[in-house]
Design a protein around this ligand. Structure first.
Ligand SMILES: C[S@@+](CC[C@H](N)C(=O)[O-])C[C@H]1O[C@@H](n2cnc3c(N)ncnc32)[C@H](O)[C@@H]1O
Length: 193
């Protein structure tokens, strides 16, 4: 079922360079608890690497072998504490309850996964969620983002994170240092118990 999408991502990761970590993650890094991070749909690891360089242990999961190989080669070279796990998040990833201090969900949206992400947080642990808004689908020309399955409705993320303590939340147009622009929602939310 995911074979075609996976092949598309393998190709994208073969062609693209890693890029800088998401600026909102860098901004909110001081608010994240220390410990072990799960980076879901980690890609080539721009965000995993930033957190590992800052001292977190990271489990990076993605279904792209190409992406994770690129990530693992940096981790080896810099002796970073990153474990790369090849897994289809729609199927085989073994989420364990209360296993992670931080979960990163960046530029990826699978609404069905969110209850498992909440349960995989330790009490006091935090999820950092940052992905595209529906306004991005309206721009078209962005491949899969034309499909609203992969973009958030306005204020939807706030509802999806129900039951967690919302520490930060915003939606809007992000203008990156490169000049690239994207409509995104950003949230940092903590599990109380
Ligand atoms: C837009 S990239 C984001 C990568 C990374 N989070 C970042 O911010 O740079 C989306 C990632 O989701 C991964 N992906 C898509 N569907 C997936 C699935 N069902 N299971 C695991 N990974 C998936 C792709 O391989 C790709 O690396």
């Amino acid at each position: 079922m995911n074979r075609e999408r996976r092949a598309t991502w393998e190709q994208r990761h073969r062609e693209a360079t890693r890029g800088e970590p998401e600026p909102s993650l860098i901004e909110m890094m001081p608010l994240l608890p220390p410990g072990t991070v799960l980076d879901i749909a980690a890609g080539t690891g721009r965000n995993s690497i930033a957190l590992a360089r800052a001292g977190w242990r990271v489990v990076a999961a993605d279904f792209s072998v190409t992406g994770l190989r690129a990530l693992a080669s940096i981790a080896d070279r810099e002796d970073l504490k990153i474990v790369a796990v090849v897994a289809d998040l729609e199927g085989t990833f073994p989420f364990r309850p209360k296993a992670f201090d931080v979960i990163l969900n960046i530029s990826y949206l699978d609404r069905a996964l969110i209850p498992q992400l909440k349960s995989a947080l330790r009490p006091g642990g935090a999820i950092f969620f940052d992905t595209f808004l529906i306004d991005e689908a309206d721009q078209a020309g962005h491949g899969h983002l034309r499909n609203t399955r992969f973009t958030l409705d306005h204020y939807e993320l706030r509802t999806l994170l129900d039951g967690l303590e919302l520490l930060r939340y915003r939606e809007g147009l992000v203008v990156y240092p490169t000049g690239k622009r994207a409509w995104r929602a950003t949230a940092l939310a903590r599990r109380r118990n």
